[in-house]
Design a protein around this ligand. Structure first.
Ligand SMILES: [Zn+2]
Length: 111
């Protein structure tokens, strides 16, 4: 991938669908002790205790999940799930490099 493509890639919002009241997001919210949750799986953003409207109004949160969408697209569904779980086992949730990447994307400014 050349530089031009990677710039384009990082500034474009990828297509996605939102699922509210997701069981998957509910389980993740219990596991992470978070009162509300957004969890991206492939091209779907699963929400728990948060409406699609509330989620979309939170730009930093959307940017965070957009980064996960890009990660899924970059590695493919199964490979990314595998790499993500491996990182979580080794480093935990917070220091997982995919979470670090997603947090740095929250401001919407790419380095
Ligand atoms: Zn995340």
């Amino acid at each position: 991938m050349d530089i031009r493509e990677s710039v384009k890639e990082s500034s474009v919002r990828l297509p996605f669908t939102i699922r509210e009241n997701s069981l998957l997001a509910k389980l993740a919210s219990y596991k992470l002790h978070a009162p509300r949750m957004a969890l991206t799986l492939g091209k779907t953003i699963h929400l728990y205790n948060c409406s699609a409207e509330e989620f979309m109004a939170n730009e930093r949160w959307v940017n965070h999940e957009m980064e996960h969408l890009r990660q899924f697209r970059k590695y493919g569904l199964l490979k990314f799930i595998f790499l993500y779980l491996l990182e979580s086992i080794r480093k935990g949730y917070y220091n997982n490099r995919f979470e670090v990447e997603a947090r740095s994307a929250e401001s919407g400014e790419m380095e």
